[in-house]
Structures are given as C-alpha cells and as structure tokens.
Design a protein around this ligand. Structure first.
Ligand SMILES: [Zn+2]
Length: 328
C-alpha cells in the first residue's frame, strides 16, 4: 500500500527513468526494424500495399464513415484521419487471417515478447499493473473472475496472481507462451486460439476484463468490446490501455513515433473516437487516466522535469490512455 492513498492519486502517471532505454535494451530497435522489414517486404504500388490477398481497404472502423482522407503513408500502409469521429486508423490493413497467422508465430512478435519479458519492461509494467489492480480493489466488485484479453506472455496475469485473489482467465493466439499461460489459468480458463466473439462463456461472467495494449491491434474493436460488455458482471469493469493518437510524442516525433507501427497498430483512438466506441459497445467511461507522459525518444526535444510531466498529463497528451469502463 505505498502510493495511491486517495482516488485522485491515480491521476498521476507511473514515472520511470527511460532516457537510455534503447541503449540498455537493444531488442527494442531490433523489434521495430523487424516490423519495418516485415511490412516493407510486401509488394507495393506507388508506395502502398494494395494486393487484396494481403490487405483490405476499410471505412472508419469506429463510425463507418468513408470520409477518411490520407494523413500519411508509412511502410506501405495508409494512416487515415476520420473526419466524422476523429479516429486515426490504417485504411489498407492486413486481412484478419494474415494477422492472426502472424500472432501465432512471427519473428517480429518473438522479438516483441523478448522486449516485453526484459527487466526494464517488467519493472515498468509491474508498477503499472500494481497501480491499477489497487484501483480495481477499491471498487467493491463482487465477481472474482478476471479475464485478460490478449494476455501475451502472461505478465499481467502473473502480477495479478501475485497481488490479488482474482481468478485468472486468458485469451490469446500465441504458441510460444501456451504452457506459461496454462500454468497460471489452468487449461479450461485459457481461451486459446479463439476470438473473443467466438468463445462460449456459458453463464460465466467477469468482474474484471483487461486489454493491455490490445485494442489497437484489433480489426474490429467494436465487436470485441461489445462482447466484453456482454460477459461483464453487472458491477464488473473493463480496464484497457491504448496508445493516444494525440500524444505529445506524436506531436514531436511525427511519423517516426514507434506506436505508428501499421502492421500491429491498426486503430489509434482519439478522445472522441474512443467515446463513440465505448458508447456503441454498451459501456460507460468511468475514468480516463494518462500513462507514460514521456517516451525515451522525446528527451532531446523537451525540458524534462515535473512541470513538463504535469503539463503533458493535464493536456491529455501522454503516450497511453487508460480507460476504466462499466456497463451502460
Ligand atoms: Zn469515424
């Protein structure tokens, strides 16, 4: 019970020293290089991947609008801005079967997991998970069932098991981590290689459903979030972390910002597009939090101190948004 004594304490982000992150953790660069290489190996016409066996051109995934002018092209993929709801998304995203194949086993995702299981990463996410698990603990939720959608290497589930008496459930496609997840959840509570929409949960309901950096990867965030709302206990909560399309990092670093990673990050929500997504999914936004105000690459372009952090948080320009949601 170290920090976070009253509800407002949760508005202050978890702060870590990350200035030298890329030097201490060269796998980060290796991951982004691999992702770039993977995307650039696809055939392009006038710098855009158009092969219909690989990509699908779509309207705005949040509001369905076709009024989505190109913002910029990165590695053959078009990031478009929806004029109707403000959403930023990849217009020619990879087809879902291609994506799910990559999530099962790809060199890039192996590197991603290597980064995610490195010590600096585990330290940061450990603090973040502790903060939000403590918050969830204050809400008086009755059901102990907790589902981590896109549980990956199981970092959150591990922290959750160490810090709470919640009953762990997971959902993912990843082959490499199958045994690790089953060791935490048991086979029956691991929804392996199933989409959220396709799982038969019977009458099981969840007090907590988490999506840590998952929603931005999904082809159809609406159908997944709607399904989460359906299987949430009446007093349950959805807790999710997503990249912020209006972050200070994007403002400073532009198209070079790592989160603009078009194979993985298809959907980047703005405040307005997320509000619409939540509403359409049958969820109410209870609170919005800011995390990671400053990423390592920003340091040469800012004057870093507590005021700088305060300004970024007050402007809702941190790298991540965290939303706490309940059923409408
Ligand atoms: Zn839209």
């Amino acid at each position: 019970m170290k920090h976070w004594k009253n509800p407002l304490d949760y508005d202050w982000p978890v702060i870590v020293e990350n200035r030298d992150l890329r030097r201490t953790l060269p796998d980060i660069e290796a991951f982004f290089e691999s992702a770039r290489h993977e995307a650039e190996s696809l055939p392009r016409v006038n710098n855009v991947v158009r092969d219909e066996a690989l990509v699908e051109f779509s309207p705005c995934p949040i509001c369905g609008s076709q009024d989505t002018p190109t913002g910029f092209v990165k590695y053959g993929f078009i990031y478009a801005d929806c004029r109707a709801c403000g959403h930023l998304f990849v217009k020619n995203r990879l087809r879902e079967d291609v994506l799910l194949g990559l999530y099962q086993s790809s060199a890039t995702d192996k590197l991603d997991r290597k980064v995610k299981t490195s010590q600096p990463h585990l330290d940061y996410w450990g603090q973040l998970h502790e903060k939000y698990l403590m918050l969830v603990g204050t809400l008086g939720i009755t059901s102990k069932n907790a589902l981590d959608v896109g549980c990956g290497a199981g970092t959150f589930l591990k922290n959750m098991c160490a810090m709470t008496d919640l009953i762990p459930h997971g959902l993912d496609f990843c082959e490499d981590t199958f045994q690790d997840i089953v060791a935490l959840t048991g086979r029956e509570n691991y929804y392996y290689r199933l989409r959220m929409e396709d799982v038969d949960f019977g009458d099981k309901r969840f007090g907590l459903i988490t999506l840590w950096g998952v929603l931005e990867h999904l082809v159809d965030p609406f159908s997944v979030l709607s399904r989460c709302a359906e299987v949430l206990a009446p007093d349950g909560r959805v807790l999710l972390l997503i990249p912020n399309a209006h972050s200070r990092a994007i403002r400073i670093l532009g198209v070079q910002t790592p989160t603009l990673h078009p194979r993985g990050h298809i959907n980047l929500c703005t405040e307005s597009s997320f509000a619409l997504l939540a509403k359409n999914s049958g969820l109410i936004i209870e609170r919005r939090f800011q995390e990671l105000p400053v990423i390592d690459l920003m340091h040469p372009f800012i004057s870093y101190d507590e005021d700088c952090v305060r300004e970024i948080v007050a402007a809702n320009e941190a790298y991540y948004d965290v939303y706490l949601l309940r059923r409408a």
